[in-house]
Design a protein around this ligand. Structure first.
Ligand code: PEP
Ligand code: MG
Length: 320
């Protein structure tokens, strides 16, 4: 029985009516690659590279990063590895970078903004290490906190310049869609990004203006809010119109009530924490895309997150 369960974990997640959804795992460290693959993950849709930079006195060198990214690429054995560049700053300051004091750190020098401001110490070594490691697997680069075309263009140009210098093969360059302006401008961004991954933790926080860690407002911060769902819908449509794939790597992807809606909205890939991979694949195998699309349309027309969660069709698909 255990062997059969393991076999099931490795089968792809295909709906009853034949739509395949990629299910990947979110990871932090290279050591997690083997666990992710063993759990049935079809790659990683989000490597939170922050782990390498925190709690240390100086920045990790290009060589140190190269070794770790190579280990990661090899651990996934040719499966896609979506390596997110450093998402520090904001509430996660670095000891070796002088940060301005910010009254609203979540609206400050965070993610790609910080990497572009600190190219020599942060962005260049990380980009070069990733480009070199891409020879050992299927590494794609993903940029966090993109708010529009300017940072995407600046980051792309910088990456291309480093790549030309190194003479390494091309890598796909995608973006996190986690700032509402990126979802609104998704049609433009899709012309210059190779893929999107929706970060619903931040997208919800910024759309509803509710701190994602707020001690008392937490209940108001639901990614199933129709405002968030409409932004996801816009993003998927814009991406598909340009032939780009869209993933979701926020915690929402692991919510049994969210999965049918995300499928119905046309999301191509879901990336969740390792312990959630098998259950998500099993849930998708039990779903019909036709019913998911119907419930997604209903959700877009709800007035509140509570109304979405109360949809009878959704409760049935989520098995609650
Ligand atoms: C997100 O914002 O949804 C996300 C996946 O990134 P993080 O949680 O690391 O900010
Ligand atoms: Mg985020």
């Amino acid at each position: 029985r255990a062997a059969a369960a393991r076999g099931a974990a490795f089968r792809p997640a295909v709906t009853q009516d034949g739509h395949r959804i990629e299910v990947a795992a979110n990871v932090r460290k290279p050591e997690e690659a083997l666990d992710a693959v063993a759990a049935g993950a079809e790659g990683t849709g989000l490597v939170r590279s922050e782990f390498l930079f925190h709690d240390r006195a100086d920045a990790p060198s290009e060589e140190e990063q190269f070794q770790l990214y190579r280990q990661l690429a090899e651990g996934f054995g040719g499966l896609p590895v979506v390596l997110r560049t450093l998402d520090a700053g904001g509430d996660k300051p670095l000891r070796f970078v002088t940060h301005p004091v910010e009254a609203n750190p979540f609206l400050g020098l965070r993610g790609i903004r910080l990497s572009l401001a600190e190219r020599a110490v942060l962005f260049r070594p990380q980009v070069r290490a990733a480009l070199r490691a891409a020879r050992f697997g299927d590494i794609k680069l993903m940029l966090p906190m993109i708010d529009g075309l300017e940072d995407l263009r600046a980051a792309r140009a910088f990456i291309e310049q480093e790549r030309a210098e190194l003479g390494t093969p091309p890598v796909e360059i995608g973006i996190m869609v986690e700032v509402p302006s990126a979802a609104v401008m998704a049609d433009q961004l899709a012309q210059e990004a190779d893929f999107f991954s929706i970060g619903t933790n931040d997208l919800t926080q910024y759309t509803l203006a509710v701190d994602r860690q707020h001690p008392t407002l937490g209940a108001r911060s639901d990614a199933l809010d129709p405002a968030v769902l409409r932004l996801i819908d816009m993003t998927v449509r814009a991406a598909h119109a340009r032939g780009r794939w869209v993933g979701v790597c926020g915690n929402m992807a692991a919510d049994a009530m969210a999965a049918p809606i995300l499928l119905g909205l046309g999301v191509d890939e879901l990336s969740v924490s390792i312990p959630n991979v098998a259950a998500l694949k099993a849930q998708i195998r039990g779903l019909s895309m036709a019913r998911a699309e119907k419930v997604a349309r209903e959700a877009l027309n709800c007035g509140t997150a509570a109304e979405v969660r109360a949809l009878p069709g959704l409760r049935e698909l989520a098995d609650v």
